[in-house]
Write a protein that binds this ligand. Structure first.
Ligand code: HEC
Length: 164
């Protein structure tokens, strides 16, 4: 089955309960497991909105590695990659000048073009994964693309994210 009828929040809820043993993605990309709803609260601050989206992205990538690859559920991988790609494309707009936070390093605004480039790398890797997963024919290539996408999360975090 390509497209599951159940909502993403269900995948995420399941992903949360699974123990951490996957080494292809660094823990800081997947360590936050709070995914109660898909839409951020309307009146949330820009910082809260982006943190909410990052948490969803973390849940999505975790579900890929901990559930969907093992289950050959390529439709679910495509859905998770779409969520990640959609967020990556909107990410820079959620970092307006002056929106400092504990998790965001000041370097983001010192070289915003580089920050945008790293978000674009993430988006491109997510779209590549989405496309392969939708084709659903080459599990090895799908797994490699998922791993590569995880690398683009890490690349940005190394430069621009403070661990809490
Ligand atoms: C272009 C840069 C960039 C990319 C790409 C990126 N992140 Fe992040 N991420 C950040 C920054 C900056 C923060 C801190 C935001 C803040 O606290 O205001 C963050 C925070 C997070 C958090 C913590 C949210 C919380 O609970 O505070 C998670 C989880 C996360 N990212 C996951 C991911 C995943 C998974 C990917 C890839 C699919 C990814 N990120 C890609 C920059 C990035």
């Amino acid at each position: 089955m390509r497209f599951l009828a159940i909502g993403l929040s269900m995948f995420v809820a399941v992903a949360v309960s699974i123990s951490t043993s996957v080494s292809v993605v660094a823990h800081d990309e997947t360590s936050n497991h709070s995914h109660d709803s898909v839409a951020p609260p309307e009146n949330a601050s820009i910082v809260d909105k982006r943190i909410h989206r990052f948490k969803q992205s973390g849940g999505a990538i975790q579900s890929i590695f901990k559930e969907h690859l093992g289950a050959d559920d390529f439709g679910a991988i495509a859905d998770a990659a779409k969520l990640i790609g959609d967020w990556a494309e909107e990410m820079p707009a959620h970092f307006p000048a002056g929106s400092e936070s504990a998790g965001a390093r000041a370097e983001i605004w010192a070289d915003f073009d580089d920050f945008k480039a790293k978000a674009a790398d993430n988006a491109m890797a997510a779209r590549a994964l989405q496309k392969l997963a939708m084709a659903g024919t080459d599990k090895g290539a799908i797994a490699a693309a998922a791993k590569k996408m995880g690398g683009t999360c890490k690349a940005c975090h190394q430069s621009y994210r403070n661990k809490k």
